[in-house]
Design a protein. Structure first.
Length: 309
């Protein structure tokens, strides 16, 4: 049985060696290109033709028919220091991104901006699609957005049609805030029904203007209802309050007293005031803060109970 196991182990090793040998045999020693091995950057040249091989996650091998193999190069040497440069390749006329032809891209004037953004003398591209036809005025602005004469862009998306009035407000946590004459931009989310002059970003994705409170979560904007914005206070990532109410991620805790409110566990979303115990924004039935066991540590809570060790 041991000998049989050894044979199986040897057979497995031989199979793996054969697999990798086949992959590497596709390389062309003269050109120096190889199909991608454990990577999506799979440009290479063989027998006078240029190819793309996507590796294990995209193992289709296909010819790049618009490319001149004699002049075909990966752009990592042309644009040193750009992390995404090896995603691009081309000859003296055409450009590819991740194996796809960037139509209308001119290799002679082509530049990488960052990530999947690039441009030539006439156009700006997001991956292989045209993003802007105003390459001459396409520039990066404070805060990391780009703009031309007509639009403002975040990555491959238009976030504003008012580039002349774009202003960077600042970065709070993971969110960058901008304003234009029509409203607020928070990352790539627009907040148009807002008073721009009184708008104030807060921590943990919260913000207020003179009459409203907002929360950004799960890449969408939500308004917190019935909030006194003058007394609105961000306690933690999950909990906020004003002079008369307490909120869990924008949901009001029923009858909670903000003056006696305490967070028991941020991790488990457990809290209380002097009369009630809450899990998230819901009251835990029959739980009484006055009857918490003395000297015992909190363990967990859910919608139906709070438990101590």
């Amino acid at each position: 049985m041991a000998f049989k196991g050894q044979l199986q182990h040897i057979a497995l090793l031989m199979g793996l060696l054969g697999f990798f040998s086949n992959l590497l045999s596709c390389s062309d020693q003269k050109s120096g290109f190889k199909p991608g091995l454990l990577t999506a950057r799979g440009y290479y040249v063989k027998n006078g033709k240029a190819y793309w091989y996507g590796g294990f996650s995209n193992a289709s091998l296909y010819e790049l028919t618009s490319a001149n193999a004699d002049k075909f190069v990966v752009f990592d040497k042309r644009f040193p220091g750009y992390e995404s440069a090896s995603e691009y390749a081309g000859d003296d006329k055409v450009v590819y991104y991740e194996g796809w032809l960037i139509k209308r891209a001119d290799s002679q004037t082509f530049q990488i901006l960052e990530g999947s953004l690039s441009k030539d003398a006439k156009h700006v591209f997001s991956k292989w699609s045209i993003l802007s036809d105003d390459a001459q005025h396409f520039t990066k602005v404070e805060g990391g957005l780009y703009k031309d004469r007509k639009h403002v862009y975040r990555g491959g998306y238009i976030v504003s049609d008012d580039p002349d009035n774009l202003k960077f407000i600042g970065e709070f946590g993971y969110i960058k805030y901008f304003s234009d004459s029509k409203g607020i931009i928070a990352n790539d989310i627009r907040i148009d029904s807002v008073d721009v002059n009184s708008f104030k970003p807060l921590q943990h994705g919260y913000a207020v203007d003179k009459s409203q409170a907002f929360i950004l979560q799960d890449a969408r904007l939500e308004r917190i209802k019935n909030v006194d914005t003058r007394s609105f206070d961000v306690l933690t990532r999950y909990y906020t309050r004003d002079k008369s109410s307490v909120f869990w991620r924008g949901e009001k805790l029923t009858d909670a007293n903000p003056g006696t409110f305490k967070i028991i566990s941020e991790e488990h979303h457990c809290s209380c005031d002097d009369k009630r115990v809450y899990h998230q924004h819901k009251i835990i039935p029959n739980a009484d803060p006055a009857r918490f066991p003395v000297g015992k540590k909190y363990k967990y809570c859910n919608d139906s109970e709070i438990v101590f060790e």
